[in-house]
Design a protein around this ligand. Sequence first.
Ligand code: C5P
Length: 308
Amino acid sequence: MTAALRRVVVRAPGKINLSLGVGGVDEHGYHALATVFQAVDLHETITAERADGMSLEISSDVPGEIPLNGSNLVLRAAELLRTECAVTDGAALHVHKQVPIAGGMGGGSADAAATLVALDRLWGLDLGTERLRQLGGRLGADVPFAMLGHTALGRGNGADLTPLPTRGTWTWLLAVPGGHLSTPQVFRTFDESAERSGRIPPHLPTVDERQLAALARGDLPLLAETLHNDLQAAAFALHPGLEPVVTAAKRLGAPAALVSGSGPTIAVLVEDEAQAQEIAAGLLGEGLVDSCLVVRGAEPGARVLVEE
Ligand code: C5P
């Protein structure tokens, strides 16, 4: 245990999936994945202050509702730490959101990751990176990546991570169409479609080695060729507004575009900021998306900004 603090501020990044290979389902209902995550410079910021009880407030740069009940990942992360470490102290928590809500960009996972790191410091628990990552994995498959950040290969349910070397900075246009998609429903639609077509998903999906080479070399045309999401067809089927965005982004000159994670956010790979703005103007002008954000990867994982 280290000396306890009065106030801690931690931020954790949202992510996009540069590839997402989906395999069979395990006994907990989770699919085997081979996915390449990249953290981008949109952050969830958690402020944790000493208090007698537990409380949570939310402020947001992005539209949408976040549940304040027991399904909220900030509260679940706090409760997990209190139970695991027999903590009786409280905390007043504040979340500031930048990551699109329910957009397939891991905003809730970043909330959980930042909360675990902040409360570990505030309560002087000193659990260490590995233990925190393991606890994060119990809250959601993407939580350990929000702690690690940068670019990484995720195997198992997505929580078994290997950092990937990358060269340079990647610029993405995030095209955010209206509406939300439920992650479990997208996975279910994927399973149903595989069943109908008699396609048996691989026991262990693999990642395209060319994508790893493209990232290591900073080779944008090769990366563009290898962006791939097995959930994309399911997301297209559930949300008719998505495929037109991908098609239009490519027509407007993007090297590649795909659904991020389970959607509905579309990640558009671009050469630079100027191309991003041009494509954003086109997509907004055609009324295909509600908003566009230009982001860069790869960002570090959860980190402490203030402790006092
Ligand atoms: O881990 P997380 O809570 O983000 O996952 C949400 C849902 O997405 C799970 O309940 C499951 O239905 C689906 N999922 C899956 N296989 C994974 C990750 C998520 O089926 N590897």
